[in-house]
Design a protein around this ligand. Structure first.
Ligand SMILES: *Cc1c(COP(=O)(O)O)cnc(C)c1O
Length: 364
């Protein structure tokens, strides 16, 4: 049997109030298609696997917490200096460092909703307040409303582009205009977890905005396009004084040597990764076209998933129906269904299982 703590030993009330993170369901057998977590559908690259296997032989040792080689690699790839690079256990880990470094209890963090489900959890954990600004009717960020939501207590604005779970990006011009209306005491974090998948003509250039604005920082991850979700490594590009603060609040040794070496090897495998990313982008467009032809409203997302906005009845039907076909996707109460992209055959299973929207909605 399990023992419980003494009743006098109370958890902080905020622990009970934290929103739960509903992780995407994981496939439990070989036939199930796990399309609920935006992971890479590809096996690790052989070159990356090899360095991880070699690094594993030294796992009796702590990693170098400062991650000098990885930071230098990232800095060279993105044309910043290593002091502007902060690595952490996933970009989520880095975001937690940002909030810990910047927010006191009661401070406000503004972000669009629906966006990444982890945001309100990290905000609550810091006893800060989530100020959630509804997406516009066309699913885009309502930047005017977000700017209007800023108060003296606002410390951070999170802009997720492409947005999870809708996939839409923020245009560079709109973002630039927005930044000029944000007061200097507010840090704007541009979360670019899916940036590698963007195939737009004039994409948002977050690094240019970082250079132009002292209150902007950029979050990136090795979890999505690089396919290293299981190793937990992401990073921020931040101005040096902020970067320094982020390193101070980070858990020592949070990024393992395996993760550091894998990330560095992955940076060197740009060509292979670009091929994979191009395949995902092609599939995204193909699946979106097929679903639109079948009557589903699909926005022009730029990430590794497609988004179906639905009411709750249709959402439940879609999630249940796809599950009957061994396809696990992610439903969001009040908003819709997100389906991660996979290989062509698996994506075809999704298209076939959904079928015609009017038939689907009528038959069930
Ligand atoms: C997946 C994701 C992340 C990355 O999480 P990691 O902690 O790096 O695995 C960050 N932001 C968004 C919006 C995401 O969807």
């Amino acid at each position: 049997m399990a023992y419980t703590t003494s009743p006098q030993l109370a958890l902080r009330p905020l622990v009970h109030e934290l929103p739960a993170y509903g992780a995407g369901r994981r496939a439990t057998d070989a036939t199930s298609a796990a399309l609920a977590s935006n992971e890479s559908h590809y096996d690790p690259l052989p070159s990356v696997l090899e360095v991880v296997q070699t690094a594993a032989r030294r796992m009796n040792r702590y990693p170098d917490s400062a991650a000098p080689a990885l930071r230098a690699g990232i800095a060279a790839a993105l044309d910043v200096v290593p002091d502007e690079v902060v690595v952490g256990p996933g970009s989520l880990g880095v975001l937690q460092q940002i909030i810990a470094a910047v927010c006191d209890p009661g401070d406000e963090i503004v972000f669009a909703w629906r966006s990444f489900e982890a945001y309100p959890i990290l905000v609550s954990l810091a006893a800060a307040r989530s100020v959630m600004v509804p997406l516009a009717a066309d699913e885009s960020h309502d930047l005017e409303a977000m700017a209007a939501a800023v108060t003296e207590r606002t410390k951070v604005i999170l802009v997720c582009t492409p947005n999870n779970p809708t996939g839409l990006t923020v245009e560079h011009g709109r973002m630039s205009e927005f930044l000029s209306s944000v007061p200097a005491h507010v840090l704007v974090v541009i979360d670019e977890a899916y940036v590698e998948f963007v195939a737009e003509e004039d994409p948002l250039d977050a690094l240019a905005l970082f250079r132009a604005h002292p209150n902007v920082c950029v979050l990136r991850t090795f979890s999505k396009a690089h396919g290293l979700a299981g190793l937990r490594v992401g990073f921020a590009i931040a101005h040096t004084d902020l970067a320094d603060g982020l390193r101070r609040v980070g858990l020592p040794f949070a990024v393992t040597a395996l993760a550091q070496e894998a990330a560095l090897a992955s940076l060197r495998a740009t060509r292979e990764l670009q091929e994979r990313v191009a395949l995902v982008a092609d599939e995204r467009n193909r699946v979106a076209r097929a679903l639109r032809r079948a009557g589903w409203a699909v926005v022009a997302g730029q990430a590794n998933f497609v988004w179906l906005r639905t009411d709750d009845t249709l959402r439940e039907r879609i999630v249940d129906h796809l599950e009957m076909h061994d396809i696990l996707v992610r439903g969001y109460r009040g908003d819709g269904v997100r389906i991660s992209l996979a290989d062509t055959l698996t994506n075809d299973r999704v298209i076939t299982a959904l079928g015609d929207r009017s038939t689907f909605a009528a038959a069930r």
